[in-house]
Design a protein around this ligand. Structure first.
Ligand SMILES: Nc1nc2c(ncn2[C@@H]2O[C@H](COP(=O)(O)O[C@H]3[C@@H](O)[C@H](n4cnc5c(=O)[nH]c(N)nc54)O[C@@H]3COP(=O)(O)O)[C@@H](O)[C@H]2O)c(=O)[nH]1
Length: 725
């Protein structure tokens, strides 16, 4: 730190340094050598040192080199008079005290000497005591003067130091008079607020305080004035000079103000004379705090409130609704098929979609509603003040409508949809936790029943949800505990009157609930990501079983098995299937994979590529439940399948007098495309007859056999089901 000062703060010429007394040096200037010898004896005292000179020239020579505390100066000297020495001392700003000693009678000599700067005048001849007293007095007086000078210097230095500290302080330092007007301000105020000191002096401090903080600060100042406060430390916003503001700059500065009342004490006691204040700029710290707080309570990607803030607001809204017996709604929103965007187009596109989606959703809400992102593709909405539960329905519809326009991603347009679950306070829960959980349960139900919609929570839903959660828990580890089993259902050829294929159907032998069908647990396995492992197990088991039957001589037998659409998301799916087929020495044409129409719909190109690769490797691919979805002929061109399975819903109708035109169309399509056709769900002889008349030869259904374990299924290979007899 460089302190601007023309003199050092502290006196370097003090008579004592560090408490050690310096010697007192006395110069005797006289042409009388005897006197020069005698005087030191006469004036001797501890600490005094004496030098002597006999002429003016010699004296000035010595003074050039040494300094003294006192000079005993004879008036008349061989080469001039003592006044010359006095003159020299004055010219050189010397501090030596001088006692002029002279034999002159004339008063003029004394006056001349004293005017010339001598401190005392002693006339010769003098008495010893006289010179001793004069020396003592002068030395005492000069010591006092010197001490006084040193003290003044120290005071000035100290004053300079303090002024420097205050004026160069990074904080605004000020004092207010009893009326709250500025009586002092350091220059920092100019830099910080853009006001010159002169603009503010004698003006009220409150002019600088932003309106929002005025009442609070006024009360604090008043308490100091009334003697009811020993000081305060507060945060407040100080107004900046608007004329000094650059574009976009904040109109205020946040400061931490430390205020201390100033008192003065006199005969009548103590009285307040104003306030001393130090205002520190904490804008940066506040900004940093705001950023940290924002990050703690907001989602980084969408800048929406996060789970913590949502919960906070919901708890508050519930408390308020309780007080005023109001109604509020919570929505749980999950983006349908979001994983597909991430997996197909990458995470950057996924992020863009989420950001745009957040904007769209927000645009459907009112001020006061809260849209939050819980993470991933999950959003929640708080509608803190709805008149009736049905109002939430209106908002849900607005949300679904808002998504009707596709989103523009760099890969192209994406039509996003969401599943929305709604819970309403107080009907569906009285705590933030229950309301959120129940909205989630309702959302889950929407997902399960086709997505892209909304639904309200109801208690029955909750029971289902609980069951589902317990199922999910039990499903974990079911593979390791060997709770799965494959059943087989024969596919028969009427022309050949024998079993030509077997469909592998998964069963879960639950330790408490008994056997559970795949319709119950496969969707859970799909949602939790366990399906991949389960499908791998099914593939191994089905191929192992086929290998055994082939080894037993049933070399023409085909095995068909069901894959989940999720299996097609796996990039190595084709290689994995081929390696398993290879491992069990199965000719690829003897394994048929059943895929659903919905899978073809989801990610047409990626899935089609996999189907093409499987077909190219010689495997069979069948479309299961054909006719129930949105299959179009263009899909059949894209997905080079070799087999269509007529869904049992069409087969069921064959027992009536009319033939559903769809079933005729399906048989026509199969013929036209040269595809193998299997009718599933055949339960009655009448259905067999009609199917046969339509040209369908291969059938599967309870009419022939229910799915059964491998040992029983093996018997049909030897003795075909009796319905064929
Ligand atoms: N991803 C996997 N999905 C699988 C697997 N195993 C089966 N599934 C799929 O689960 C759904 C239900 O299957 P399941 O309960 O096994 O029912 C099958 C048959 O039992 C039933 N069926 C057969 N014949 C008849 C009949 O005459 N009437 C009647 N009401 N039902 C009958 O149909 C189901 C076979 O259907 P499909 O697969 O369409 O041929 C079902 O969708 C299975 O696909 C698996 O390992 N992985």
């Amino acid at each position: 730190m460089v302190i601007p000062a023309e003199q050092p703060f502290f006196d370097t010429a003090a008579s004592s340094r560090n408490g050690v007394e310096l010697p007192c040096r006395i110069l005797i200037v006289d042409d009388d050598a005897a006197l020069r010898r005698t005087l030191p004896h006469v004036l001797a005292q501890a600490g005094r040192q004496f030098d002597e000179c006999g002429a003016v020239g010699e004296t000035l020579d010595r003074l050039e080199r040494h300094s003294y505390d006192l000079i005993l100066l004879d008036y008349r000297l061989p080469d001039g008079n003592g006044l010359a020495v006095l003159e020299w001392l004055a010219q050189h700003h010397r501090e030596e005290a001088v006692i002029m000693i002279s034999g002159e009678d004339a008063i003029d000599a004394a006056i001349g000497a004293l005017r010339g700067g001598a401190d005392d005048f002693v006339r010769k001849p003098y008495h010893v005591a006289q010179i001793q007293r004069a020396v003592q007095n002068v030395l005492h007086r000069t010591a006092l003067e010197r001490a006084n000078r040193a003290m003044s210097q120290r005071l000035r230095a100290s004053e300079r130091l303090h002024r420097y500290l205050v004026e160069s302080s990074p904080d605004v330092i000020f004092t207010l008079d009893v009326d709250g007007r500025f009586s002092y301000l350091n220059p920092r105020v100019d830099e910080l607020l853009g006001f010159e000191r002169s603009q503010l002096l004698k003006r009220p401090f409150m002019l600088l305080v932003m309106p929002e903080d005025q009442d609070r600060i006024q009360a604090l100042l008043q308490a100091c004035r009334d003697g009811n406060s020993t000081g305060f430390n507060v945060e407040l916003r100080l107004r900046r000079n608007r004329h000094a503001l650059q574009d976009g700059e904040s109109t205020f500065v946040t400061v931490a103000l430390n205020g201390l009342p100033m008192n003065s004490r006199d005969r009548d006691g103590e009285r307040g004379i104003g306030l001393y204040g130090v205002a520190r700029d904490i804008s940066e710290r506040k900004r940093a705090e705001e950023i940290i707080t924002f990050q703690a309570y907001h989602d980084q990607l969408t800048r929406l409130p996060n789970r913590v803030l949502f919960r906070d607001r919901l708890e508050l809204a519930v408390a308020q609704a309780q007080r005023r017996s109001g109604t509020l709604a919570v929505m749980f929103i999950d983006v349908d098929r979001f994983k597909l965007v991430n997996d197909t187009y990458g995470h950057a596109e996924g992020d863009t979609l989420l950001r745009n989606l957040a904007e769209r959703l927000n645009s459907t809400l009112r001020r006061g509603d809260t849209l939050a992102r819980l993470g991933g593709d999950e959003f929640t909405v708080l509608l803190p003040d709805i008149g009736r539960a049905e109002d939430a329905e209106t908002i849900a519809r607005k949300i679904l409508d808002a998504l009707a326009t596709p989103f523009a991603l760099s890969a192209g347009e994406f039509r996003a949809s969401v599943s929305v679950g709604i819970s309403v306070y107080p009907r569906d829960g009285s705590t933030a936790e229950d309301l959120t959980k129940h909205a989630d349960v309702a959302m889950y139900k929407v997902k399960r029943s086709g997505k892209n919609g909304f639904r309200f929570f109801d208690a029955e839903l909750n029971a289902h949800h609980r069951q589902r959660v317990s199922l999910e828990n039990d499903l974990h580890g079911a593979l390791e505990r060997e709770e799965f089993e494959l059943y087989f259902q024969p596919q028969v050829s009427l022309a050949q009157r024998r079993v030509v294929g077997m469909e592998a159907l998964l069963r879960w032998n639950h330790p408490l609930q008994g056997q559970i069908g795949p319709s119950t647990f496969v969707p859970v396995a799909e949602e939790t990501g366990m399906i991949g492992e389960i499908s791998r197990w099914v593939l191994h088991q089905a191929c192992r079983q086929l290998m055994k039957w082939r080894e037993a001589g049933h070399v023409d037998l085909r095995m068909s098995l069901n894959l989940s659409p999720h299996d097609f998301d796996h990039p190595d799916m084709v290689q994995e299937v081929l390696s398993i087929v290879d491992r069990y020495h199965i000719p690829p044409a003897h394994l048929e994979l059943e895929i659903t129409e919905s899978m073809m719909m989801q990610d047409t190109e990626a899935a089609a590529a996999k189907v093409r690769a499987l077909r190219a490797a010689g495997l069979g691919v069948a479309i299961d439940d054909f006719g129930t979805g949105y299959s179009s002929l263009s899909y059949l061109q894209q997905f080079p399948v070799n087999c269509l399975k007529i869904d049992r819903s069409f087969v069921r109708e064959l027992s009536g007098p009319m033939i559903n035109p769809i079933i005729s169309a399906i048989t026509g399509i199969a013929r036209g495309f040269g595809l193998h056709l299997i009718a599933e769900g055949v339960e009655q002889v009448e259905q067999v007859r009609v199917l046969r008349s339509l040209g369908c030869d291969t059938m599967q259904g309870y009419y022939f056999a229910h799915p059964a374990a491998a040992t029983e299924a093996e018997r049909w290979l030897i003795t075909p089901p009796c319905a064929l007899a």
